[in-house]
Design a protein around this ligand. Structure first.
Ligand code: ZN
Length: 88
């Protein structure tokens, strides 16, 4: 087994290449890529209610990927008639 770096969906993934031709991925890297890929394609969340306000929650994949914490400020911006951009 030889240490190597693979390119998956544009991301680097460490792993090993065997002489038999089989590749083994380093699990933490592979999992990170899966999560990034998932959030790139979008995650649907439901609009809730808190008092008089409507609220949405950040899925944990976003919280971890963007290191969002309670008290952080985010910027909401109109992107389109049906799109809102959130900058963290
Ligand atoms: Zn092998």
């Amino acid at each position: 087994m030889k240490k190597t770096t693979f390119k998956i969906e544009g991301h680097k993934c460490r792993g090993w290449k065997c002489e038999c031709g089989e590749d083994t991925l380093y699990t933490p890297d592979a999992q990170k890529i899966l999560i990034l890929n998932k959030i790139k394609h979008g995650v649907s969340v439901k609009v809730g209610e808190l008092g008089e306000s409507l609220i949405i929650r950040f899925p944990k994949e976003f919280v971890e990927a963007y290191k969002i914490k309670k008290g952080n400020k985010v910027m909401l911006r109109l992107k389109d008639s049906n799109k809102i951009e959130i900058s963290v």
